[in-house]
Design a protein around this ligand. Sequence first.
Ligand SMILES: [Mg+2]
Length: 127
Amino acid sequence: MMNDDSLRTLQKLVIAFREERDWGQFHQIKDLLLGLQIEVAELSEHFLWKSPEDSVRLAAEEDGQRAIGEELADIQIFLLYLAEATGIDLADAVRRKVEVNRRRYPVEKARGSARKYTKLRESGSSK
Ligand SMILES: [Mg+2]
C-alpha cells in the first residue's frame, strides 16, 4: 500500500525482501540480536569523540542526515525482523510500554527530572 508507513506494513516489506533472497534461514534470534547491536555500534561510531555541539551539527548536515538515516533504518529493520521472529506486535508493545512509563513517570513528579522512576517518590529537588 502506498504511503502506509505502519510498522506492520514495513515488517511485510522487509520480510518480502528477505524471502526473495531466501535469507530467513540465517535469521536466528541471536543473529538478529547481534545484527541489531552491530548497527547500533555503526550509528554510534558517527558520534564517537564528537562534542555534543558537533553531534548536533553532524545530524543537521546533508551527509550526516544520510549516514544517520541509513543506520537508523538498519536498526529498525533488525527490530522488525526480531519482532517477527519472536511473534511480538511491535506497535502494540510500544503502546503498552508507553502506558507503563506513564504510570511510572507521572507528569507532576517527572516533569523536568532525569530521575529514575524508583527515585521519583522521594521528595525534594530533582536536580
Ligand atoms: Mg549499517
